[in-house]
Ligand binder design. Structure first.
Ligand SMILES: [Zn+2]
Length: 489
């Protein structure tokens, strides 16, 4: 049969478009194209006699959802509690960071994340685009990556800091952590550079704590603290003028890619919304008390908020409670939300923590799951991404996951992903990672065992598929998340 189709059967399935759990839905999938070819509801009668065809998958008794989308990740980073970001960027070899990233994306896939919106390599240039291509070529398993390569930042705003600038060999050279661009023409050129490097999404730092060298905190450049610092030694201040932000968005629109704006404060977030960005990341502080005005502007511009609550819980505890309250307020005001944890500042594989916190904040589970699926697709640019995913419909990518328990009753249900399919390919079943995570070469089938001579095919291994490391270190929820977090184990 063309396409070699098979059918997946569910008893309970979450439909993010309806924001409802529906019963007895089956999904027909084309193995060759990895796409959904049909979605239909069984009448439910005679379920006991449902006949499974060869290759069909029975997920009845589980809760079936579209694969999750994490809208804010960094594949080359791991928990800052294990090692601070600056050290990861400055000291680790590119090889180590890339090897780690291949483990990170596997852990994410096994946790039910079939799509990642990866917002910056943090000093590895456009290596995220290369990793994306490796996954897309089938060389290593992982979520579908949409990458930013380097984020844009104005001069002196987002960089690795050093105090030693006087050595006889010149100042200490550190890796570049952003694509530095200033002025309307400068930022236009930078957006064009990002497109040329393969970016799927444009990210810029709308603000940053860029006055850090006035009162450097201990641990960054010195072990010794500044005595008598001011109350706000280093607030997040805008990096760009309104005209520059407008130019970034205009230029990205020409190339038909979405724009993500990092904003720590509401002030820069408001400027980014006015520029018409696709998403605004973080927004942890509202020093100017303009949250309501910001929400109104975001509804006008259609900008989606990716609040990254999980990283706030982990690394910015003093701001966490206020951020949670603000997110619920945004939800009530009708601001569109997408779930993205800033995953990588804590370990990949623990991604669902973001959605758990959104539930804790008082947002209904149905809306949270929508923020982790359809809104994620929109954050990736929607149809501009080139694909449809995040809900079940003919033509969409066949990204399907299943939970062992019902998230309407079990607040840890999202951690219990026992089945993962991406593009019609199964990566986890009955809680076990697929053997095909390890791609071993196979002997040519034409080989005649009785022939002692060694053929060219045997010795030429250039076409062989790579052997993959068998042990993927997977993170665990619980105490490992550090003292700032509540105990969730
Ligand atoms: Zn980030």
């Amino acid at each position: 049969m063309p396409g070699n189709p098979f059918t997946l059967h569910s008893s309970v399935l979450f439909d993010p478009k309806k924001k409802a759990f529906v019963k007895n839905v089956s999904i027909k999938i084309d193995r060759e194209s990895g796409a959904i070819v049909d979605v239909f509801t069984r009448d439910g009668d005679g379920e006991d006699s449902l006949v499974l065809a060869d290759g069909d998958i029975d997920l009845r008794g589980k809760v079936v959802l579209p694969g999750f989308v994490d809208s804010h990740t960094h594949v080359f980073l791991y928990s800052y509690k294990e090692r601070p970001a600056g050290e990861q960027m400055r000291d680790e070899s590119a090889v180590e960071r890339i090897v780690r990233a291949t483990n990170h994306v596997r852990a994410a896939l096994l946790a039910g994340y079939t799509t990642y919106r990866d917002l910056g390599t943090e000093a590895l240039g456009a290596a995220d685009a290369n990793l994306r291509d490796c996954i897309n070529r089938g060389l290593t398993p992982g979520p579908r990556l949409f990458v930013a390569t380097d984020a844009l930042a104005s001069s002196g705003s987002y960089e690795l800091r050093r105090e030693n600038k006087l050595g006889p060999g010149g100042p200490l050279i550190v890796p570049i952590a952003s694509d530095v661009a200033d002025g309307v023409d400068g930022v236009r050129a930078a957006v064009r550079r990002r497109i040329g490097d393969g970016a799927d999404v444009l990210k810029f730092y709308a603000d940053y704590r860029r006055k850090v060298m006035r009162f450097p905190p201990p641990g960054t450049t010195s072990s010794r603290a500044i005595r008598f610092p001011p109350a706000r030694p280093n607030p997040a201040v805008p990096n760009y003028t309104q005209r520059e932000m407008n130019a970034i968005v205009e230029e990205a629109k020409l190339a038909e890619i979405p724009v993500a704006a990092h904003a720590g404060e509401t002030r820069a977030a408001l400027m980014a919304a006015r520029a018409g960005v696709t998403t605004i990341e973080h927004i942890f502080e509202d020093t100017d008390q303009i949250l309501d005005q910001l929400f109104k502007e975001m509804k006008v511009s259609g900008s989606i908020w990716v609040p990254t609550l999980a990283t706030a819980e982990d690394l910015a505890a003093p701001m966490f409670q206020a951020a949670k309250v603000a997110v619920k307020k945004a939800y009530d005001a009708g601001v569109r939300l997408a779930a993205g944890g800033d995953t990588g500042t804590f370990d990949h594989g623990l991604n669902v923590r973001e959605m758990e916190i959104m539930v804790d904040a008082g947002i209904p589970i149905e809306d949270v799951l929508e923020a982790g699926t359809v809104a994620g697709w929109e954050a990736c640019g929607g149809d501009q991404s080139g694909f449809r995913f995040g809900w079940f419909e003919k033509g969409n990518r066949a990204d399907v996951i299943a939970l062992d328990t019902d998230p309407r009753r079990d607040r840890k249900a999202l951690r219990k992903v026992s089945f993962v399919m991406k593009d019609g390919q199964v990566w986890k079943r009955d809680g076990v990672a697929a053997a095909s995570m390890i791609t071993a070469p196979t002997w040519p089938s034409s080989e005649d065992e009785s022939d002692d001579s060694v053929s060219d095919e045997w010795t030429d291994l250039s076409g062989a598929k790579p052997r993959m490391a068998m042990s993927v270190p997977l993170p665990v929820y619980g105490g490992a998340r550090g003292s700032g977090a509540k105990t969730w184990s």
